[in-house]
Design a protein around this ligand. Structure first.
Ligand SMILES: *Cc1c(COP(=O)(O)O)cnc(C)c1O
Length: 373
C-alpha cells in the first residue's frame, strides 16, 4: 500500500483514468464479473446513478418519472431530481423487502409512457431477480438501471457475482459504510461495453475528442489513491463478506422470534443486520435503540423516513399504496455487523435485545393492569 502510494506520487498521475484505476477496472471486469471492459469506476455511487440514468433516458425525453421503491436511500431520489425527474414510488415485498413486482406493475399500467426508467434497489445487498427486470424492460420499452449500492460481494445461489452480465447498468458503491468500503467511490458494471464506454466519457465532462464535449457530462472520475485502496480491498472483501454471513446466521439463531430479511442470495453482502422486533414487542423502536445504546451497543433505524416521507421529496413524489413500506420502515432496526465482531459479541447483543423486548412487553402488561385497577 505504501509502495503503491509512493509510485502514484512519483508518476505524478493522480486522476483522469490513470494506470491504477485501469488496473482496478480490469480486475473488476475480468476477475469479478467475467466480462472484459464491463466496468467504469466513479467518484461515488450517487454520481454513477446520475450518469447511468442520464444515458438510458436518451430515448425517453418526454417522460418524467423514475420508478423506484420508497424503501431505499435518499440518493436514488436525489439523483432522479438532478435529471429533472420525479420519483414514482412502489411498495416492497413483505419478506425480502425488495421492490414489489405487483406494485411496479400497477404503476406501469397507470403511468406507462410517463416513466423514463425503472430503478430497482437490491435491498441491503439482496440479489434481486435481474431476469425479471430484463423481461419487463423488453415488454414495456422502459429502460432499467439497478441500484446495487450495497451488493458488492453478493453472489447468486449459483455462486456468480450479483449483476454479472447484466444488459443494463448496475451501480455499486464503495462508500465506507458498505462491505467493499474505501471511503468514497463507486462503479458501474454493464455487459454492454458501449454503455460503459459512453458513461466513462460522460464522467469526464462528456469529452469524446480531447476537451471537446459531445455528450452530457460532469466530473465523476475516481482518483488514483482511491483506486489503490480499492485494489487492496479486492484481497479481503470475500473473506469479510463470508465472515459477515456467518455472523448473520448466528443473529438468526439467537433471535428466533424476530423477522429477518428473506434470503435471496447465495452469499449476501451485509453492511449491517436489519431486523424487525417480534410482533409481541409493543414498545417504541426508539426505546429499543436507546436501551441498546445504554448497554454500549450502537443500532439505528434505516430508511425511516422512507422516500415518500422526506420533507424535500414529499411534495413531488407520486406513490402507490405503501403499506408494507410503512410497516417495515417504522419498525426496522439495524444491529451491528462487521467482520471484526466476535460470536460472543453477537450473543451479547442478542441477549440485550431480547431482554429489552421482554421488558417492553412487561411494561405494557403493568400499565394495562394499573389502568384496570
Ligand atoms: C450507499 C447507497 C447509495 C449511495 O452511494 P454513495 O457511494 O455514498 O454515493 C445509493 N443507494 C443506496 C441504496 C445506498 O445504500
Amino acid at each position: 500500500m505504501v509502495d503503491g502510494l509512493r509510485m502514484i506520487e512519483e508518476s505524478g498521475v493522480f486522476t483522469n483514468n490513470g494506470p491504477v484505476n485501469a488496473r482496478l477496472e480490469a480486475s473488476l471486469s475480468d476477475d469479478v464479473f467475467g466480462h472484459p471492459e464491463s466496468v467504469v469506476t466513479c467518484c461515488n455511487a450517487t454520481i454513477a446513478l446520475m450518469l447511468a440514468m442520464k444515458d438510458v433516458i436518451r430515448t425517453r425525453r418526454r417522460a418524467r418519472y423514475v420508478l423506484m421503491p420508497s424503501f431505499t436511500f435518499a440518493a436514488a431520489a436525489q439523483a432522479a431530481e438532478w435529471l429533472r425527474l420525479a420519483p414514482l414510488l412502489c411498495d416492497i415485498e413483505p419478506d425480502s423487502w425488495t421492490p414489489c413486482a405487483a406494485s411496479e406493475e400497477r404503476l406501469i399500467a397507470r403511468h406507462g409512457d410517463d416513466i423514463a426508467l425503472i430503478l430497482p434497489y437490491a435491498t441491503f445487498g439482496a440479489a434481486i431477480d435481474l431476469g425479471r427486470y430484463a423481461a419487463l424492460s423488453r415488454r414495456t420499452g422502459i429502460p432499467v438501471v439497478v441500484d446495487a449500492a450495497a451488493s458488492m460481494g453478493t453472489t447468486l445461489p449459483s455462486g456468480r457475482p450479483f449483476g454479472a452480465g447484466a444488459p443494463c447498468p448496475v451501480i455499486f458503491s464503495m462508500h465506507a459504510t458498505k462491505v467493499f468500503g474505501i471511503g468514497e467511490g463507486g462503479f458501474i458494471h454493464c455487459a454492454d461495453t458501449d454503455v460503459v464506454e459512453r458513461i466513462r466519457r460522460m464522467a469526464n465532462f462528456g469529452f469524446e475528442a480531447p476537451r471537446v464535449a459531445s455528450l452530457p457530462g460532469l466530473n465523476g472520475k475516481l482518483p488514483e489513491v482511491a483506486a489503490l485502496i480499492a485494489l487492496e480491498k479486492m484481497k479481503t472483501y470475500v473473506d469479510a463478506t463470508e465472515r459477515r454471513v456467518q455472523l448473520a446466521a448466528l443473529y438468526r439463531q439467537e433471535l428466533p422470534d424476530w423477522q429477518f430479511q428473506a434470503p435471496t442470495a447465495g452469499r449476501q453482502a451485509h453492511a449491517m443486520m436489519p431486523v424487525l422486533p417480534p410482533d409481541s414487542f409493543v414498545g417504541s423502536r426508539q426505546s429499543l435503540i436507546d436501551g441498546l445504546a445504554q448497554a454500549g451497543i450502537g443500532s439505528a433505524a434505516y430508511f425511516a423516513p422512507h422516500l415518500a416521507q422526506h420533507p424535500h421529496l414529499a411534495r413531488h413524489v407520486v406513490t402507490d399504496t405503501l403499506r408494507v413500506t410503512d410497516h417495515v420502515s417504522s419498525r426496522l432496526v439495524g444491529l451491528p455487523l462487521w467482520d471484526g465482531l466476535t460470536d460472543e459479541a453477537v450473543r451479547r447483543i442478542c441477549r440485550e435485545a431480547r431482554a429489552l423486548v421482554e421488558l417492553g412487553a412487561g411494561m405494557q402488561h403493568f400499565i394495562r393492569k394499573a389502568k384496570l385497577a
